[in-house]
Design a protein around this ligand. Structure first.
Ligand SMILES: O=P(O)(O)OC[C@H]1O[C@H](OP(=O)(O)OP(=O)(O)O)[C@H](O)[C@@H]1O
Ligand SMILES: Nc1ncnc2[nH]cnc12
Length: 175
């Protein structure tokens, strides 16, 4: 029998700092079957969703966001760490499970009223996803769905995003 998606995820305790259980997706995407399960699984989560664009946060959001955009026939908009995008941007600061960051999006990437799906590898505290939502909304876009390969339910990212439709392929009950 073939392996399930969760069997491709390797968990590394105490990375990048003590107390963090790091859920690694490199072991998923290095295997063609793992990559297919993850990308097809995400695309399946939006098969009945009416949307215009995929937005993916740097960097692991790019890995999954681009193939899902390709499969669903949509464009891909990157949310990047501060200072990387060459044209005019809007920016947003946020807290991570470990550390702080600031992200940006091109101001001309989303037109008012466009419907957006946010794609990332993982939702932990929800800080990155919430920052991406704020960027989309600053530009007048509407977030119609947020999809993740993995969710660390114990970190309660969903509570931060309770007004949004959030779905994940794998849910870990702890952190
Ligand atoms: O829900 P949160 O607490 O915000 O955590 C989840 C985010 O953290 C990771 O990205 P990270 O910022 O570490 O960057 P990377 O993708 O470049 O590794 C992950 O890819 C998510 O984007
Ligand atoms: N525990 C975790 N594993 C992998 N990526 C993460 N990003 C934030 N928390 C994480």
């Amino acid at each position: 029998m073939s392996k399930k998606l969760e069997e491709y995820v390797v968990t590394i305790p105490d990375f990048p700092e003590p107390g963090i259980m790091f859920r690694d997706i490199t072991s998923v995407i290095q295997d063609p079957d793992g990559l297919k399960l993850a990308v097809d699984g995400l695309a399946n989560l939006v098969k009945d969703t009416d949307f215009d664009l995929i937005v993916g946060p740097e960097s692991r959001g790019f890995i999954f966001g681009v193939p899902v955009a390709y499969l669903t026939g949509k464009g891909f908009i990157p949310v990047r760490k501060k200072g990387k995008l060459p044209r005019e941007t809007v920016s947003q600061k946020y807290d991570l499970e470990y550390g702080q960051a600031e992200v940006e999006i091109h101001v001309d990437a989303i037109k008012p009223g466009q419907k957006v799906v946010i794609v990332d590898d993982l939702i932990a505290t929800g800080g990155s996803a919430e920052a991406a939502v704020k960027l989309v909304e600053q530009l007048g876009g509407k977030v119609v769905k947020m999809i993740f390969v993995m969710e660390l339910a114990g970190l309660k990212g969903r509570e931060k995003l309770k007004d949004y439709d959030v779905e994940s392929l794998i849910v870990y009950e702890g952190k």
